[in-house]
Design a protein around this ligand. Structure first.
Ligand code: ADP
Ligand code: MG
Ligand code: MG
Length: 883
């Protein structure tokens, strides 16, 4: 095995595309060196060595030591210095660097190789004892922290004490002798605290640092970061051993960090900070306030401290040239670290710069115009999920945040408002023009209107797929779920946080992108869909093959989706329409009816309401296809639950409450998800599908007359497993169609299709396709039925599954390609064998998830359908899937 790769002197054994092996830092140092840029020479120990270290009881692999020693000789040659030398000593930076950047998570040790002898040699060489002793004390601080495990405070205390004793205000005011004094005290303290003398031997210093960096891969900070970002343990970290250059060698030296473009706006302007006479960590640590690199930025910030451009014009010009060279080479905006030693520029790090969604758009569009990348590259570079940032208000990042709890970031966007604990409260507040956040333990279908009236939703229970989360995402409302540290005390109408009690009417804010719950109002930044956004979306539209539809049932959702460019409705859930205002009571009468006549008379009341809904929807979506799903959920979902509600409903519909209770009991199901729902309802009570079909066709006639454009409804039958089920329901629909056509004298083109949400339907797709004119994959249910796992109950074990590595991704969020995906492909292939050109779509929540969308492209679907606010995300992801 080759454990060590070297770079330096215009050469490199590695390249930028070897980050898996060399880590991001090592790979890019190699690339820059290969390009002939000024990079201090160095070695990279491959990340496999770290993996080996953990697999073998924290032992270094055989051959590593020899390779490092050999590499060190190369560094000595290139630098003309000697490691541990009594003259001209070579000092090293030992730097961690994993495959993906984990900012601030792991450790770095600078100035390694200093001891009581080499420090004197360094002072001689440079003629600057102050610098030599300053470097030495920095080394002991870092080594003491990283390798010997001491906290930073303990060094800080000694330093403050010495400075006070000597009457020095700034670190830069300290003389060489004074730093020497600090070094002495540091060493005494180390012996006392650790019971070990400071290692003077440079080689043991080096192996101590390498081991500590391997060990830092599993420190608690790194562990939790990796967990959060899904970084597997076996990636390990590489270690870079690099010749030191000194930014603290007097006033012609400096260190800094810069972005080649503005990372928050994307504007093409060098953006960064530097510190004179300082070493690396000083810039980030905030010990001194850094200065602007460009004169322009200095003027903008009104600083009276000179810019690097003014102070070190030659180094500045050299740096500008490097920035341009690197941008042209990487064709990307970069985040750079550099040091200037006595006027000479050295590059220490390059990586792709993190940027806001807005900046990402701007940079991509500009780079297309600059001829650096193609439109397809630009489309490919935008993280679709980051569009959420652009489509919703966000909390002004410069505002002070008073976080009182953190839950799941269930639906993006942020909002402030008064606390209300009931849906009625939210609706009343909306009428008075007050803004509220609806705070509940959890929500249920009856809360839909309260949710709509609120600015945002907060629940103390429930996960990413809880009712509140799903509905909020659909409405484009910010939502934070499952904030376990908060408690809703309904009796006293209080929200209890650790140490804080908030009452109804108090103001809170939620940030559905971070999961934060904050006290008081927060200033918001409004979304702005700039020209850059439109251009990227325009390119995406040209590139993608699949259509993007929306899941919508209310006029406002449909309008929002159209504004975002939805190309039709892929799922209109008719049951949501029955929760509206007084309809729920008519619906209840229908459900509780004890004869077909009673049921028909209730349905007759629902018919005009439903028809009106469809007319409006057809008008808004005119010219696009609309898929309407027949009533799907088990009926008892519409019935009252609490005793209070039962009494009330009994009174309203004129039924004895004891009788009502009996009827509710009779409708009770042990497992409603697998019970009397979907097409089973329409087969038991065909009058329901007949009413719905009539409402749809009559609405189609009315809307067509109004808009002059024909409406071609696609009627979708849910929970089909048998062809005969679909036969039966389709016959009812066709019959109604015939009579509406006859009554109206107008032809109506319509399709009848089915959801594919049961494994049996997927397997029998070739037979079902004899009847079905389209398929729509209901992947929420298909995932539940394939896994045999209820998504409402999965939160009890899925997190454990993920923690223990039993399953990698939540299949309700990211489509399970192997199992559910296989069924999707089987159904597509078998369905199209019977009916070539069979229209295929997806309408589960996966329709808005970029990785699932990529799968749909591969499976040959015609469209995906998602909630209105995810339409742009889906369009972008659909385009990327073709690249
Ligand atoms: P991180 O991954 O936390 O950014 P780095 O390995 O980049 O850690 O090191 C942090 C800082 O240490 C760098 O920004 C740089 O200023 C300084 N540094 C790293 N390597 C060298 C070096 N060879 N010479 C001088 N300073 C260095
Ligand atoms: Mg760095
Ligand atoms: Mg379903």
């Amino acid at each position: 095995t080759k454990w060590v790769y070297s770079f330096g002197g215009g050469k490199a054994e590695g390249r930028a595309d070897m980050a898996e092996l060399l880590g991001g830092k090592g790979a890019n140092l190699a690339e820059m060196s290969f390009l002939g840029l000024p990079v201090p020479p160095g070695l990279t120990i491959v990340s496999d060595a770290c993996t080996h270290y953990y697999l073998h009881n924290r032992n270094f692999p055989d051959g590593l030591k020899a390779a490092v020693v050999e590499g060190l000789q190369k560094l000595e040659q290139l630098s003309g210095r000697k490691f541990g030398g009594k003259a001209n000593p070579l000092l090293l930076a030992v730097r961690s660097g994993s495959r993906v950047s984990m900012p601030g998570m792991m450790d770095t040790v600078l100035n390694l190789g200093l001891n009581d002898q080499t420090v004197a040699a360094l002072a001689d060489d440079t003629g600057d004892p102050r610098f030599a002793w300053d470097s030495y004390r920095r080394f002991i601080e870092m080594y003491g922290g990283v390798v010997m495990g001491l906290g930073h405070d303990i060094f800080e205390e000694i330093l403050e004490d010495e400075k006070a004793r000597l009457g020095r205000e700034l670190d830069t005011d300290m003389t060489g002798e004074e730093w020497q004094g600090v070094v002495g005290r540091y060493k005494e303290m180390l012996e006392e605290e650790v019971g070990q003398t400071f290692p003077e031997d440079p080689m043991s210093q080096l192996w101590g640092a390498i081991g500590a960096i391997f060990a830092s891969w599993t420190n608690p900070r790194a562990l939790s970061y990796r967990l959060m970002h899904n970084i597997p343990a076996d990636w390990g970290t590489a270690v870079n051993i690099q010749v030191m250059v000194f930014g603290n060698l007097g006033n012609s030296s400096a260190t800094g960090v810069a972005f080649t473009r503005n990372p928050s706006t994307g504007v093409r302007e060098l953006y960064g900070e530097f510190l004179v006479n300082a070493q690396g960590e000083d810039v980030v640590a905030g010990i001194r306030t850094p200065q602007s690199i460009t004169e322009r930025a200095r003027i903008e910030t009104g600083s009276d401290r000179p810019s690097m451009e003014k102070l070190m014009p030659e180094a500045f010009e050299a740096f500008l040239a490097v920035c341009n060279r690197l941008e042209n080479h990487y064709r990307d905006m970069l985040d750079l670290e550099f040091t200037i030693e006595r006027g000479k520029l050295w590059m220490l790090q390059a990586r792709s710069g993190k940027r806001t969604a807005k900046a990402a758009m701007r940079v991509a569009v500009d780079m297309v115009e600059e001829g650096l990348i193609t439109a397809a590259d630009a489309v490919d570079r935008i993280d679709p999920s980051s569009l959420d940032q652009l489509l919703h208000p966000t909390i002004d990042p410069s505002a002070r945040r008073d976080v009182i709890g953190t839950g799941l970031p269930a639906s993006p966007g942020a909002a402030s408002g008064e606390i209300v604990f009931t849906s009625e409260g939210a609706i009343a507040a909306e009428k008075e023009g007050r803004k509220v956040i609806l705070v509940r333990t959890e929500t249920s279908p009856e809360d839909i209107h309260g949710m709509q009236a609120a600015q945002g939703i907060l629940t103390t229970r429930g996960g990413m797929t809880s009712h509140a989360a799903v509905v909020a995402r659909g409405m484009g409302l910010p939502c934070v779920c499952g904030v376990g540290s908060l408690r809703v005390d309904m009796r006293n109408r209080e929200l209890v946080a650790q140490g804080v009690k908030l009452r109804e009417g108090d103001i809170i804010s939620i940030d559905g992108s971070s999961g934060h719950v904050l006290k008081g109002f927060q200033p918001m930044l409004q979304p702005e869909l700039s020209g850059d956004f439109e251009r990227i979306m325009g390119w995406a539209d040209r590139i993608r093959r699949m259509k993007v539809r929306t899941n919508a049932e209310t006029p406002s959702d449909a309008r929002a989706a159209r504004a975002f460019g939805a190309e039709g409705i892929g799922l209109c859930r008719t049951e949501h329409m029955f929760f509206e205002g007084g309809r729920i009571n008519v619906m209840r009468e229908m459900i509780l009816a004890e004869s077909v006549e009673e049921r028909r008379s209730a349905l007759n009341l629902l018919l005009p309401m439903q028809r009106e809904d469809f007319v409006e929807l057809f008008e808004i979506m005119h010219g696009t296809p609309i898929t309407i799903r027949l009533l799907d959920p088990p009926l008892h979902e519409f019935l009252p639950k609490s005793e209070e509600e039962i009494e009330e409903v009994a009174g309203r519909i004129g039924m004895a409450s004891s009788h009502l209770r009996e009827r509710i009991d009779a409708l009770h199901e042990f497992n409603p998800m697998l019970g009397h729902r979907g097409c089973r309802l329409h087969i038991s009570h065909p009058e329901i599908v007949e009413m719905q079909a009539r409402a749809i066709f009559e609405a189609a006639v009315i809307a067509a007359r109004k808009t002059g454009e024909a409406v071609e409804p696609e009627i979708m039958v849910p929970v089909v497993g048998l062809k005969a089920e679909l036969d039966y329901v389709k016959a009812r629909i066709d019959e109604v169609a015939r009579s509406v056509i006859e009554e109206s004298g107008m032809t109506i083109h319509y399709l009848v299709g089915t959801m594919i949400e049961l494994p049996r339907a997927a397997l029998r797709a070739h037979v079902i396709a004899e009847v079905a004119e389209f398929f729509s994959y209901g992947t929420n249910d298909l995932t539940q039925t394939t896994f045999g796992m209820s998504r409402d109950d999965a939160s009890a074990f899925l997190p454990t599954y993920m923690q223990k590595g039993i399953i990698e991704r939540d299949p309700f969020v990211n489509l399970d390609f192997d199992g559910v995906g296989e069924l999707i492909k089987i159904a597509a292939e078998r369905g199209r064998r019977t009916r070539p050109g069979l229209k295929l779509g997806i309408c589960g929540e996966h329709g808005g998830d970029p990785s699932s969308i990529a799968f749909c492209e591969e499976a040959g679907l015609d469209y995906v359908s998602c909630s209105p606010f995810r339409v742009p995300i889906a369009k972008l992801a659909a385009a990327q899937a073709t690249i």
